[in-house]
Design a protein around this ligand. Structure first.
Ligand code: TXA
Ligand code: MG
Length: 315
């Protein structure tokens, strides 16, 4: 465990650093430093066509680099710092092409987590950061989820309590009207429409051909065992299956006794990590993961999107 000062020095020296955010842990680099950003892609095994989100300290920090429209500023004022990423036109020449995977747009986010914000402020530059997991694997929402093989590639690691939100930021594409949510998260379409009095599109999670957010094209959150979702009960389960439930279902991991969607969001990645637990010899403790049906409204839309991606690979 490093201090914020040590971690910021590592960033300044072109190394990569793991740090907490309110959504999931990130693995970051100086967003101006091409070689440092390349280390993130190499460490994660991330396809070069998948752009990174750049993290800023404040709205003023964003405005040092970009001209934003009034409505983009309104979005930031209402939902930042917090779990929202805006895709905007990249009218700055300060970020190497590797960050944006050569696109002429860029993802920007102002995280709320204090350690994340202090890190960016102390380093003195925006930090490009994807989630701190190997490509396609489950995002970490707790320090115990971070793969030691990934931490070994980093100059420093900052830990915090478990992530407050537990789901990655909502991504909204603001480069054309109407705006579209291209990745669902804790902040919902309804939240934004209500606050700003605008209509926005929701790119259907299953619309895998949407070219505006490359990350949505890939498999995600994969465990090393099969995952079955939308279960009304666990009658078909046998010994060695890991059951993720809610309410009064009998299960191995209850993601919310009260069926509260916010709590389910906080816990869903924790439950998937737990179900994918390994023995000392590296083999899986459980055979299969079963997940109870989760209501598809509000934050439930984001949770179901994650689960649908997790169960991929012909399962
Ligand atoms: O909550 C979060 O957003 C976390 C924390 C660490 O901030 N970050 C995160 O990053 O989830 P990552 O790399 O795992 O997911 C970023 C997503 C990818 O699907 C990527 O394709 C999309 O954002 N993205 C980034 N820049 C984009 C751009 N210019 N246009 C379209 N999509 C973009
Ligand atoms: Mg990710």
């Amino acid at each position: 465990m490093s201090t914020i000062k040590e971690a910021s020095e590592k960033l300044i020296n072109g190394e990569i650093v793991i740090f907490p955010t309110e959504t999931v842990y990130g693995i970051g680099a100086n967003a101006h430093d091409e070689a440092a950003v390349a280390k993130i892609f190499a460490a994660k095994g991330r396809p070069a066509i998948n752009p990174l989100i750049v993290h800023f300290y404040s709205i003023d920090h964003v405005l040092e680099y970009f001209d934003l429209t009034d409505i983009q500023i309104d979005l930031l004022k209402n939902f930042s710092p917090g779990p929202l990423t805006l895709i905007i036109n990249n009218n700055s020449n300060k970020f190497p092409k590797i960050v944006t995977a050569n696109k002429n747009t860029i993802g920007i986010r102002i995280p709320q987590n204090n350690i994340a914000r202090k890190l960016i402020k102390t380093a003195g530059f925006p930090v490009a950061a994807p989630s701190a997991n190997f490509s396609m694997k489950t995002s970490p929402t707790s320090k115990s989820h971070i793969d030691p093989k990934l931490s070994a590639k980093c100059g420093a690691i900052l830990y915090d309590d478990d992530c407050d939100i537990g789901l990655e930021s909502t991504i909204i594409d603001t480069t054309c009207y109407p705006f579209s949510i291209v990745r669902c998260g804790y902040i919902t379409k309804e939240d934004i429409e209500k606050k700003l009095n605008i209509k926005i599109n929701l790119i259907a999670p299953e619309n895998e051909t949407n070219p505006s957010s490359p990350g949505q094209l890939f498999n995600h959150y994969q465990a090393d065992i099969p995952i079955f979702i939308n279960r009304l009960n666990f009658n078909e389960c046998t010994k060695g299956d890991f059951k993720i439930g809610h309410g009064n279902m009998e299960c191995d991991f209850n993601i919310s006794q009260n069926c509260d969607l916010k709590e389910m969001g906080q816990n869903i990645f924790k439950a998937l990590h737990q179900g994918n637990k390994k023995k000392l010899d590296g083999t899986n403790v459980f055979k299969r993961i079963f997940v109870a049906k989760i209501e598809n409204k509000g934050i439930g839309v984001a949770i179901n999107d994650k689960l649908n991606r997790a169960k991929k690979k012909g399962r």
